[in-house]
Design a protein around this ligand. Structure first.
Ligand code: PRP
Length: 209
Protein backbone atom coordinates (compact mmCIF):
# COMPACT_ATOMS: atom_id res chain seq x y z
CA UNK A 1 0.00 0.00 0.00
CA UNK A 2 1.16 3.58 -0.71
CA UNK A 3 2.24 5.75 2.19
CA UNK A 4 -0.84 7.45 3.67
CA UNK A 5 -1.56 11.06 2.74
CA UNK A 6 -0.56 12.98 5.85
CA UNK A 7 -2.69 15.94 6.89
CA UNK A 8 -1.78 18.33 9.69
CA UNK A 9 -4.77 19.92 11.40
CA UNK A 10 -4.71 22.91 13.73
CA UNK A 11 -5.83 21.53 17.10
CA UNK A 12 -9.13 22.82 18.45
CA UNK A 13 -11.92 24.42 16.46
CA UNK A 14 -10.38 24.06 13.02
CA UNK A 15 -9.70 20.39 13.80
CA UNK A 16 -13.38 19.84 14.67
CA UNK A 17 -14.63 21.71 11.59
CA UNK A 18 -12.22 19.79 9.32
CA UNK A 19 -13.21 16.41 10.76
CA UNK A 20 -16.89 17.35 10.28
CA UNK A 21 -16.08 18.19 6.65
CA UNK A 22 -14.15 14.91 6.15
CA UNK A 23 -17.09 12.96 7.56
CA UNK A 24 -19.40 14.76 5.16
CA UNK A 25 -17.11 13.44 2.41
CA UNK A 26 -17.54 9.91 3.77
CA UNK A 27 -14.04 9.68 5.28
CA UNK A 28 -14.09 7.50 8.40
CA UNK A 29 -12.57 9.52 11.27
CA UNK A 30 -13.34 7.17 14.20
CA UNK A 31 -9.70 7.23 15.34
CA UNK A 32 -9.87 11.04 15.77
CA UNK A 33 -12.99 10.79 17.94
CA UNK A 34 -11.29 8.15 20.07
CA UNK A 35 -7.86 9.82 20.08
CA UNK A 36 -7.24 10.26 23.82
CA UNK A 37 -3.80 11.90 23.92
CA UNK A 38 -2.64 10.44 20.60
CA UNK A 39 -1.37 12.96 18.05
CA UNK A 40 -1.08 10.89 14.85
CA UNK A 41 -4.30 9.17 13.82
CA UNK A 42 -5.16 6.91 10.88
CA UNK A 43 -8.32 7.88 8.98
CA UNK A 44 -9.99 6.71 5.76
CA UNK A 45 -9.09 3.06 6.55
CA UNK A 46 -5.40 3.95 6.82
CA UNK A 47 -5.26 5.77 3.46
CA UNK A 48 -4.85 9.07 5.29
CA UNK A 49 -3.18 10.12 8.52
CA UNK A 50 -4.27 13.08 10.64
CA UNK A 51 -1.57 14.92 12.62
CA UNK A 52 -2.75 17.31 15.34
CA UNK A 53 -0.57 20.37 15.90
CA UNK A 54 -0.52 24.04 16.86
CA UNK A 55 -1.23 26.44 13.99
CA UNK A 56 2.35 27.63 13.46
CA UNK A 57 3.61 24.04 13.59
CA UNK A 58 1.11 22.99 10.90
CA UNK A 59 2.89 25.40 8.56
CA UNK A 60 6.34 24.16 9.65
CA UNK A 61 5.41 20.49 9.05
CA UNK A 62 3.90 21.24 5.62
CA UNK A 63 6.83 23.46 4.58
CA UNK A 64 9.30 20.74 5.51
CA UNK A 65 7.28 18.11 3.66
CA UNK A 66 6.74 15.84 6.66
CA UNK A 67 3.01 16.49 6.19
CA UNK A 68 1.57 16.70 2.67
CA UNK A 69 -1.38 18.91 3.52
CA UNK A 70 -2.32 21.31 6.30
CA UNK A 71 -5.40 23.08 7.57
CA UNK A 72 -4.53 26.38 9.19
CA UNK A 73 -5.97 29.87 9.67
CA UNK A 74 -5.13 32.67 7.27
CA UNK A 75 -3.98 34.63 10.34
CA UNK A 76 -1.06 32.25 10.90
CA UNK A 77 -0.29 32.17 7.16
CA UNK A 78 -0.16 35.98 7.04
CA UNK A 79 2.11 36.07 10.09
CA UNK A 80 4.52 33.28 9.07
CA UNK A 81 4.40 33.34 5.25
CA UNK A 82 6.49 30.33 4.04
CA UNK A 83 6.83 28.19 0.94
CA UNK A 84 3.75 26.07 0.23
CA UNK A 85 0.65 26.21 -1.97
CA UNK A 86 -2.46 27.78 -0.43
CA UNK A 87 -5.18 26.07 -2.44
CA UNK A 88 -8.60 26.18 -0.79
CA UNK A 89 -10.50 28.66 1.38
CA UNK A 90 -12.43 26.21 3.55
CA UNK A 91 -14.95 28.85 4.60
CA UNK A 92 -14.94 28.02 8.31
CA UNK A 93 -12.95 29.57 11.17
CA UNK A 94 -14.13 32.95 9.96
CA UNK A 95 -12.99 36.07 11.79
CA UNK A 96 -10.95 39.19 10.94
CA UNK A 97 -7.74 40.95 11.79
CA UNK A 98 -8.53 44.33 13.31
CA UNK A 99 -6.96 47.31 15.03
CA UNK A 100 -8.71 48.12 18.30
CA UNK A 101 -8.31 50.79 20.94
CA UNK A 102 -9.98 51.84 24.17
CA UNK A 103 -13.39 53.26 23.31
CA UNK A 104 -13.26 56.89 22.26
CA UNK A 105 -9.45 57.15 22.20
CA UNK A 106 -8.06 59.31 19.39
CA UNK A 107 -5.46 56.87 18.08
CA UNK A 108 -4.68 58.71 14.84
CA UNK A 109 -4.21 62.15 16.38
CA UNK A 110 -0.90 63.60 17.59
CA UNK A 111 2.63 63.02 16.32
CA UNK A 112 4.02 60.66 18.95
CA UNK A 113 4.99 57.12 17.87
CA UNK A 114 2.12 54.83 18.85
CA UNK A 115 2.65 51.47 20.59
CA UNK A 116 0.84 48.41 19.26
CA UNK A 117 0.47 45.17 21.24
CA UNK A 118 -0.13 41.99 19.28
CA UNK A 119 0.40 38.25 18.93
CA UNK A 120 1.04 38.97 15.23
CA UNK A 121 4.03 41.38 14.99
CA UNK A 122 4.60 40.84 11.25
CA UNK A 123 0.95 41.45 10.35
CA UNK A 124 0.91 44.58 12.54
CA UNK A 125 4.23 45.89 11.14
CA UNK A 126 3.15 45.34 7.53
CA UNK A 127 -0.19 47.00 8.09
CA UNK A 128 1.19 50.17 9.66
CA UNK A 129 4.05 50.28 7.15
CA UNK A 130 1.48 50.19 4.35
CA UNK A 131 -0.15 53.22 5.96
CA UNK A 132 3.23 54.97 6.23
CA UNK A 133 2.88 55.06 10.01
CA UNK A 134 5.83 54.57 12.32
CA UNK A 135 4.80 52.38 15.29
CA UNK A 136 6.45 50.44 18.07
CA UNK A 137 5.34 46.82 18.27
CA UNK A 138 5.16 44.85 21.53
CA UNK A 139 4.70 41.08 21.23
CA UNK A 140 2.12 39.62 23.62
CA UNK A 141 1.34 35.90 23.90
CA UNK A 142 -2.38 35.95 24.74
CA UNK A 143 -5.31 38.09 25.95
CA UNK A 144 -3.82 41.00 24.00
CA UNK A 145 -6.83 43.09 25.04
CA UNK A 146 -5.09 43.61 28.39
CA UNK A 147 -2.33 45.77 26.87
CA UNK A 148 -4.34 48.98 26.26
CA UNK A 149 -6.24 48.48 29.53
CA UNK A 150 -2.94 48.34 31.41
CA UNK A 151 -1.69 51.25 29.29
CA UNK A 152 1.14 49.26 27.79
CA UNK A 153 -0.10 50.11 24.30
CA UNK A 154 -2.21 52.65 22.41
CA UNK A 155 -3.86 49.93 20.31
CA UNK A 156 -3.86 46.21 19.57
CA UNK A 157 -3.81 44.21 16.37
CA UNK A 158 -5.76 41.03 17.02
CA UNK A 159 -8.34 38.58 15.80
CA UNK A 160 -11.96 39.59 16.29
CA UNK A 161 -14.61 36.92 15.93
CA UNK A 162 -17.84 37.85 17.73
CA UNK A 163 -16.43 41.09 19.16
CA UNK A 164 -17.46 40.03 22.69
CA UNK A 165 -13.95 40.19 24.19
CA UNK A 166 -13.48 43.77 22.95
CA UNK A 167 -16.94 44.86 24.09
CA UNK A 168 -16.64 43.36 27.57
CA UNK A 169 -13.33 45.16 28.03
CA UNK A 170 -14.36 48.60 26.79
CA UNK A 171 -12.45 48.38 23.51
CA UNK A 172 -13.60 49.01 19.94
CA UNK A 173 -12.45 48.23 16.41
CA UNK A 174 -11.10 51.27 14.58
CA UNK A 175 -9.82 49.49 11.44
CA UNK A 176 -10.27 46.11 9.79
CA UNK A 177 -7.03 44.74 8.32
CA UNK A 178 -8.14 41.54 6.58
CA UNK A 179 -10.74 38.77 6.67
CA UNK A 180 -9.57 35.41 8.04
CA UNK A 181 -10.74 31.83 7.49
CA UNK A 182 -9.26 28.33 7.45
CA UNK A 183 -7.12 27.46 4.43
CA UNK A 184 -5.91 24.19 2.96
CA UNK A 185 -2.19 24.32 2.24
CA UNK A 186 -0.10 21.78 0.35
CA UNK A 187 3.63 21.00 0.32
CA UNK A 188 5.11 21.89 -3.07
CA UNK A 189 6.83 18.51 -3.61
CA UNK A 190 3.79 16.49 -2.43
CA UNK A 191 1.73 18.41 -4.96
CA UNK A 192 3.89 16.88 -7.70
CA UNK A 193 4.44 13.39 -6.24
CA UNK A 194 0.87 12.82 -4.99
CA UNK A 195 -0.92 15.05 -7.46
CA UNK A 196 -3.81 12.72 -8.29
CA UNK A 197 -4.59 11.89 -4.67
CA UNK A 198 -4.39 15.51 -3.55
CA UNK A 199 -6.39 16.85 -6.48
CA UNK A 200 -9.11 14.24 -5.89
CA UNK A 201 -9.36 15.25 -2.22
CA UNK A 202 -9.46 18.95 -3.11
CA UNK A 203 -12.17 18.37 -5.67
CA UNK A 204 -14.29 16.48 -3.12
CA UNK A 205 -13.76 19.28 -0.59
CA UNK A 206 -14.62 22.03 -3.10
CA UNK A 207 -17.86 20.24 -3.98
CA UNK A 208 -18.83 20.15 -0.31
CA UNK A 209 -18.05 23.60 1.06
C1 PRP B 1 -8.88 35.24 20.39
C2 PRP B 1 -8.47 36.68 20.13
C3 PRP B 1 -9.43 37.45 21.01
C4 PRP B 1 -10.69 36.61 20.99
C5 PRP B 1 -11.68 37.21 20.02
O1 PRP B 1 -8.27 34.83 21.56
O2 PRP B 1 -7.11 36.89 20.45
O3 PRP B 1 -8.92 37.58 22.32
O4 PRP B 1 -10.30 35.29 20.53
O5 PRP B 1 -12.90 36.53 20.00
P1 PRP B 1 -14.30 37.29 20.13
O6 PRP B 1 -14.29 38.44 19.16
O7 PRP B 1 -15.32 36.25 19.73
O8 PRP B 1 -14.47 37.73 21.55
P2 PRP B 1 -8.15 33.31 22.00
O9 PRP B 1 -9.48 32.80 22.46
O10 PRP B 1 -7.52 32.54 20.89
O11 PRP B 1 -7.23 33.37 23.29
P3 PRP B 1 -5.88 34.19 23.61
O12 PRP B 1 -6.21 35.66 23.55
O13 PRP B 1 -5.51 33.76 24.99
O14 PRP B 1 -4.88 33.78 22.58
Amino acid sequence: MNKPLRIALTKGRLEKDTIALFEKLGIDCTAVHEKGRKLILPVADGKMEVVLAKAADVITYVEHGVCDIGVVGKDTIMEMKGKFFELVDLGFGKCRFAVATKKGSSFYSGYNVKTIATKYPNVARNYFESKGMDVEIVKIEGSVELAPLLELSDAIVDIVETGTTLKENGLEVIDTIAPISARLIVNTVSMKLKQQEIEALIKMIENNI
